[in-house]
Design a protein around this ligand. Sequence first.
Ligand code: HEM
Length: 413
Amino acid sequence: TETHMPKDKGLDHTLKLLDEGYRFVTNRSNKFESRVFETRLLGEKTICMVGEKEAELFYDNAKFSRKDASPDRIQKTLFGEGGVQGLDGEEHHHRKEMFMSLMTKEKLQEISSILREEWEQEMKSHSTGEVQLYQAAKYVLTRSALRWTGTPHEEEDIPEWAEQLSYMFEAAGSVGWNHWQARQYRFMAEERIAGLTERIRNGNVEIDKDSPAYQFAMHRDLNGELLDEQTVAVEILNLLRPIVAIAVYIDFLLLAMHDYPEEVKKLESADDMHRFIQEVRRFYPFFPVAPARVKADFTWNGYTFNEGTLTLLDLYGTNHDPDIWNKPEQFQPERFQGWKESPFNFIPQGGGEFDIGHRCAGEWMTMDVLKTTLDFFVNHLSFAFTEQDLSYEMDDFPPITKSGVMVRDIQFK
Ligand code: HEM
């Protein structure tokens, strides 16, 4: 039997989305008592979904496609054009393999040890006075990302790299001048990396053959062809940019250390650390929704999905779904003790499979970077938080604390 999907009344709800931010989908899902509903966003009919079963549906490749799913203005800033995010089927699988082949135990250990060195260097340079850790994290991650990918760089260019890479995610949701600045920065960064790709291919640069930059430059598509230089640049930026974006989680990691000192006291084993960073990724808002389009008409639970309809899966809402989580609005790392994870019930970086689905290629790396950072701040450094405004907004993207976490009296243990 067919039922009508609940529908948001009115012409367009984009302003409500901007106002309600991470709570937009949940607010309506609660009001309609339905985990699936229809609304209009940016002038387009849009289906929103939240929950575990809904995530399972969303990640069914037979039902949804990624082609033309993200808005043009997001592609021009955050993702770039022609990258893995917008591919489907075999082409996607093959390109995704290029990313996943980098996520070996060895390569992950490598970024952790680079990161550890960079944190030490950075914090030594702030042994007196106050330091804003969000900003420091962006520098540390920019250096780590360039080193790990093998992208040649000079130390004096680090501020410029950091600025360009962070603008791509910091200004992704903005309009006006910031949006145009982000496009400009993406253009500049793509040019620079396309040039590097050309030099790699001509053998005009000294670069480790195991490095991600070299691997991507020499990657062959399904037809055995090299990717065009612009696409290589987009994909190398799909490594550099999100590595720097882990600064947003580091900001929240430090906020959690400030707000829940009793949880910090419990941190002894590697498992404790693991549960703490998992709860940071669940509890705090970051990536709001994943977008896809209905591949061909189908019916699910009585609701009709029409071909081409834009569909958003609420990642934040699913991580706060009371059907999955006990007391979701409380920060409780111990909830992950004995936790039965499915590919669809804990999805801060998307759900489903890594290889044939669009789940974040960098999820393991993000977890390792957070663990290394937590270990560094808990076990190797002592510091004091200054008086500051640590609030953040549920309608900001990305949501960063007002002060960016200021600390002083830094000492190495
Ligand atoms: C995809 C979140 C870090 C590389 C995604 C998706 C989300 C996400 C939500 C899309 C899932 C979907 O469309 O179904 C995050 C968050 C991060 C992070 C919150 C924390 C900073 C990283 C890192 C890397 C990375 C460190 C690389 C080193 C990618 C790539 C994709 C992706 C390549 C596209 C995968 C595909 O389309 O198949 N990420 N990510 N991400 N992420 Fe991440």
